[in-house]
Design a protein. Structure first.
Lengths: 153, 262
């Protein structure tokens, strides 16, 4: 086989490999949703985060606006401290925005939902969300239900 | 008593031979790596090897990737439909392809298709004294024969793994959307929201580069080190496939534990 044909075949091979990488990066990974590190970081404290994980979604009205960066236990306030990175184009959350931990579907993943408030000032880098609502823990709900049943009788 | 000593001796002998082989392998690697710079002046050698190592392996990679993706989609559909979670088929297919199946299956096929061919080729060169002939003519066989094959294998593996995963995803799409009638939009959006560029795709590519290095190292070493007889050549080829497959599976466990433990 001539050198030319071999070189063309190798060229095709390399091009196919790079095209495959490109397709994987664009089509099935979150490259397109990468705001990267430019997102601004805010935090919130919760009594109970349930099954929230690092890289869980942060959404407002069901739209993805950022992701959870870190989760720590604050041993002074006895609360879980969740740090979130919000994509830079969503920079208009009022300072009285409420954060609650919700579940997508019955058994789905947990995510942080933001409900914008009414204040004129907006959240900025390092702000803390004051209004938070913890995750619903199934055992607690069942416990409360049984407790109230017992009260009735 | 005598029998015991005989057994002990044979055990010690085999331990020493494997240690020796391991040592020779590393010395060999240390000779090959500096010889890479010769490649800069003769890229033609590398291209020719990329053809025989990469291009010729592509067919089996594409076919295997397509079917692995399709089977993954079918099986995960059957498992997930019971929970009403059939939209997650794409996550299952894409994540397992990118993280595990892409790098590992490609490396196993690569060891079988390209690794064995490399060993046989180099071993036959040794048996027919072509390598010694080169040395007689003051041509360094490591620079001329081994280094291009090594580099070609190392470069081809990640490309092959990427092709495998991409074709697998398309196979999964074909089955999930065209055959099982899932929603095409949900297929892609579920994947996008659950697959991370660096964590999943990047680590998969690192894995495949490591596997490529190990497989091609074992393959060229076994060829270069083989006993130059027809019997020795056969054994060396078998060892290439067995050892590189075992190395890939073992390394995969270690790499997965390191990368995805969080």
């Amino acid at each position: 086989m001539s050198t030319r044909t071999i070189e063309i075949m190798v060229g095709l091979f390399v091009a196919a490999g790079i095209a495959a990488l490109f397709m994987l990066a664009m089509k099935v990974s979150n490259l397109s949703t990468y705001g990267g590190d430019e997102g601004y970081v805010i935090s919130a404290s919760f009594d109970n985060i349930g099954g929230l994980k690092v890289r869980s979604l942060v959404s407002a009205s069901g739209v993805r606006v950022g992701q959870v960066v870190s989760i720590e236990y604050d041993s002074d306030g006895y609360e879980a401290r969740v740090t979130m990175s919000i994509d830079p184009q969503y920079d208009k959350f009022p300072i009285d925005t409420a954060a609650s931990i919700m579940t997508s579907g019955l058994l789905g993943e947990q995510y942080v939902g933001l409900q914008p408030g009414a204040e004129e000032e907006y959240l900025k880098v390092g702000s803390e969300i004051e209004l938070t609502q913890s995750a619903l823990v199934l055992e607690q709900i069942i416990g409360q239900f049984l407790y109230s049943k017992a009260e009735e009788e | 008593m005598m029998l015991l000593f005989d057994k002990l001796q044979s055990l010690g002998h085999s331990a020493l031979t494997s240690l020796q082989r391991l040592g020779r392998g590393h010395v060999f690697l240390m000779q090959v790596l500096p010889a890479m710079e010769g490649m800069l002046f003769r890229p033609g050698l590398l291209i020719r090897q990329m053809y025989s190592v990469g291009v010729l392996t592509m067919l089996i990679i594409v076919v295997a990737g397509l079917f692995v993706g399709m089977v993954m989609a079918l099986q995960s559909y059957y498992a997930l439909v019971d929970f009403g979670a059939e939209d997650s088929v794409s996550v299952m297919v894409v994540l397992s392809l990118l993280r595990e199946l892409g790098p590992v299956v490609t490396a196993l096929l690569f060891a079988g298709r390209a690794g064995s061919a490399l060993t046989a080729e180099i071993g036959l060169m040794k048996a027919t004294e072509q390598l010694s002939g080169m040395e007689m003519m003051a041509v360094n066989p490591i620079e001329r024969v081994i280094a291009p094959r090594f580099l070609a294998g190392f470069l081809s593996m990640p490309l092959l793994a990427a092709i495998f995963s991409a074709v697998g995803v398309m196979g999964g799409y074909l089955v999930a959307v065209e055959l099982l009638g899932l929603d095409a939009g949900a297929f892609w959006s579920q994947a996008i929201s659950n697959v991370d560029l660096y964590h999943d795709l990047g680590n998969g590519m690192i894995k495949s580069a490591v596997f490529g290095f190990v497989v091609v190292w074992i393959a060229v070493f076994e060829g270069y080190d083989c006993v130059p007889t027809s019997d020795g050549l056969g054994k060396a080829t078998t060892r290439t496939v067995v050892h590189s497959s075992l190395a890939v599976l073992g390394l995969d466990f270690v790499l997965t534990a390191l990368m995805f433990s969080e």
